[in-house]
Design a protein around this ligand. Structure first.
Ligand SMILES: Cc1cc2nc3c(=O)[nH]c(=O)nc-3n(C[C@H](O)[C@H](O)[C@H](O)COP(=O)(O)OP(=O)(O)OC[C@H]3O[C@@H](n4cnc5c(N)ncnc54)[C@H](O)[C@@H]3O)c2cc1C
Length: 432
């Protein structure tokens, strides 16, 4: 490290941590990434459904997703990866978001128009014509499969908001590995299998971290990108007293079945009408995840390390049966297949990309099950934010606005402030 080089420790080598590391290393920081796992992308990134869509409830959220989408499209160039390097792929298959009261189509399309995202509004006939095998019944509100109402025929039909852009990233953990390798090419160091157990600080500023081994690492700034463990890190740093949104880990499951006929390479389906999202997989499979329907108990947990990381038969039955309501030809094998994972949920399902009240301690947390897609842009805005604040900028009173290089549009980071007014337009679900 040169005498003038500023140093950073990034806490967590998930897809967002690795992206922050890459952008900061590119900007000339001496970056060390510490992760208690053995490789990049082994935390919540590893269980991600890695869906890419643009339906968010805030303008900044939509711009960030659209900017990031363009980076995914040019992934190899973004990374500076050689032709032979195995890199993740943007599966650009489109997004069908069924029309439900908690996701206002008029508000979303107004944001799409401002950002320049092409969309189509489909009635139920369009939906039936464009999505093979779909049942276009409107079943709102979602019901538990033990509720007799779940099996009742629909009396109305449903439409959708469609974007031909969007889909999913072929391999979420690989994309974190790609970013880590790119960061390494710019001099970043990764320390795996090292757990941070304390944040070292003076009266007013961070000094570094202590590892479980007892070793202490010093740095000018620390970035908390610890995914569902972020609150534990905030506690170690003694930050959070000025947050207006709460952050807590929530257990989730995503189930795996064969794609129904015709949907092997179909668009992603957001179906809050029955309470699931679905997407195809590269091998003809179909992932089914939940959208926090009110009829289900949410699985808030204290400690992500103690979460049951196996799928359960009950939730499998519930989610896959809901998917089969929408795709009647979907086969529901009796034995559950799928994974469990943990979201880092903020009370308005919008992330915090911000500084904290402790100088030098930065936050990329509260990603609420919906920020995988935004990892490329999140790395970029965090690097710019840290540069701004370390250069003397008062982000709390004069929030940084970053201009997206693809859209030329402003991303007002006030939207992601730890001290924001709660986002009242949030769907109150993973959709943000
Ligand atoms: C089931 C599931 C489905 C999802 N689906 C989607 C989706 O379809 N689309 C989308 O956009 N988003 C989705 N998400 C959200 C997205 O995957 C996450 O927002 C994203 O992966 C978070 O990345 P991260 O780098 O912030 O955190 P993580 O990937 O969780 O990484 C945090 C890292 O911090 C490390 N760490 C924690 N504490 C310590 C410590 N004390 N010392 C050292 N290391 C530590 C952990 O080992 C971990 O590797 C989903 C998430 C889940 C769980």
């Amino acid at each position: 490290m040169s005498a003038t080089m500023r140093s950073a420790i990034v806490i967590g080598a998930g897809v967002i941590g690795s992206s922050v590391a890459y952008e900061m290393a590119r900007d000339g920081w001496s970056v060390t990434v510490v992760d208690k796992a053995g490789a990049p992308g082994q935390g919540s990134t590893s269980s991600s459904s890695s869906i890419v869509r643009f339906n968010y409830s805030t303008f900044a959220g939509v711009v960030l997703a659209w900017e990031s989408f363009h980076i995914w499209l040019e992934w190899r160039a973004h990374l500076g990866a050689a032709q032979g390097e195995h890199v993740a792929e943007m599966m650009n298959l489109g997004v069908v978001m069924l029309d439900v009261p908690v996701m206002n189509i008029a508000a979303t399309t107004e944001l799409f128009q401002r950002v320049g995202i092409d969309y189509e509004i489909w009635n139920s006939k369009d939906l039936a014509a464009r999505v093979p095998g779909i049942d276009v019944g409107k079943y709102w509100p979602p019901k538990s499969i033990g509720d007799a109402g779940f099996w009742e025929d629909a009396s109305e039909s449903i439409g959708a908001l469609y974007t031909s852009d969007g889909g999913y990233i072929s391999d979420p953990s690989l994309s974190a590995v790609n970013l880590a390798d790119a960061a390494k090419r710019h001099g970043a160091h990764f320390r795996f299998k090292e757990e941070i157990v304390a944040i070292l600080k003076s009266e007013s500023r961070v000094l570094g971290v202590r590892l479980a081994s007892g070793e202490e690492l010093t740095a000018d700034v620390l970035v908390n990108v610890a995914g569902p463990w972020s609150s534990a890190l905030n506690k170690m740093a003694g930050v959070g007293s000025d947050f207006t949104v709460e952050i807590a880990p929530m257990r989730q499951e995503v189930h795996h079945v064969d794609a129904p006929p015709g949907m092997e390479s179909g668009p992603m389906i957001g179906d809050l009408d029955v309470g699931v999202y679905m997407r195809s997989t590269p091998g003809g499979g179909f992932l089914v995840g939940g959208t926090e329907p009110e009829c289900d108990d949410m699985q808030w947990i204290e400690n992500p390390d103690q979460a049951n990381m196996s799928r359960t038969q009950d939730l499998y039955d519930a989610q896959v049966t809901r998917a089969a309501r929408r795709f009647p030809d979907l086969k529901v094998p009796p034995v559950a297949k799928g994974i469990a994972g943990v979201y880092d949920v903020s009370s308005d399902w919008t992330p915090i990309y911000d500084r904290s009240e402790l100088d030098g301690f930065y936050l990329a947390i509260g990603t609420s099950g919906n920020q995988f897609k935004n990892a490329p842009g999140a790395g970029l805005i965090m690097a710019k934010l840290i540069d701004y604040v370390e250069g003397g900028g008062d982000h709390d009173t004069h929030p940084l606005v970053v201009t997206g290089s693809h859209t030329g549009l402003p991303i007002d980071l006030a939207t992601f402030s730890r001290k924001r007014q709660r986002n009242e337009n949030s769907s109150g679900t993973v959709m943000g």
